[in-house]
Design a protein around this ligand. Sequence first.
Ligand SMILES: [Zn+2]
Length: 111
Amino acid sequence: MAGLKIQRNDTVMVITGTDKGKKGRVLHVMPEKGKLLVEHVRVVKKNVRPNPQRNIKGGIAEQESPIQISNVMLVCSSCGPTRVGYKFDGDTKVRVCKKCGETIAPKGKKK
Ligand SMILES: [Zn+2]
């Protein structure tokens, strides 16, 4: 896959399925599967069995499950869900919002 448009810590909006319209932060990207985990999206409840030996109490745990990257749109901080374009900032390829031209950088990215 050439150039993943969505990166960890991006904000995305789900555009299809039962979670359509939900926004969340990208927790994890799985490029080899073309899938990603989005915070509070496609949450499944799992029954956890108590295991005293490992100090696990048991009960119901909530966990995000992977969704297709093609099912989300990147959210521009200035104008909302958008398509992603690219431009060169010196030698660095940066992602830009196709609507307003704003550079899109993941939050908390370390340089
Ligand atoms: Zn924008």
